[in-house]
Ligand binder design. Sequence first.
Ligand code: ZN
Length: 164
Amino acid sequence: MDSTSPVMVPDRYVGTVYLLHFDRPYRHARHYIGWAKDVTSRLALHQTGQGARLLQVVRAAGITWTLARTWKGTRLRERQIKRMGGAARRCPLCGVRPQRDRRAVPDAAWATAYRLRALTDLWWETTDPVERDRIDAEITALTESAPCTPLPGVTSPSHGELAA
Ligand SMILES: [Zn+2]
């Protein structure tokens, strides 16, 4: 172990930050961001409405959710992602569309929107973790720089199957 490296983190602190996308908003909430060492069992817990107050009330309201995206990392990463805000901008299931001013919609914005949807589909289809990380980095770069705004409510049916 390289003790001089500031990024060395004991394995038990490394888990998964996960972004849940609600099928319809609860009040103003469309998303839930959490962190778990074992994301599979945490999601199974959430399916029963346990593990988070928001997900409990969301379930009581009859709202379902889909795992939209994950990031590898510690609780620090979770806090960073939450602090950045705008979960929808990081949510592939919210989709994107060029900004509202139709006179000024650049072709590049449409190209970015289509690219993002294609990358999202690719991300779901990819099982190689290294390739997934590469795709995820490209999604992050696009969602943080794209001349697009989130389009709430647009989901791809194929993603629903992966929610369970
Ligand atoms: Zn979303």
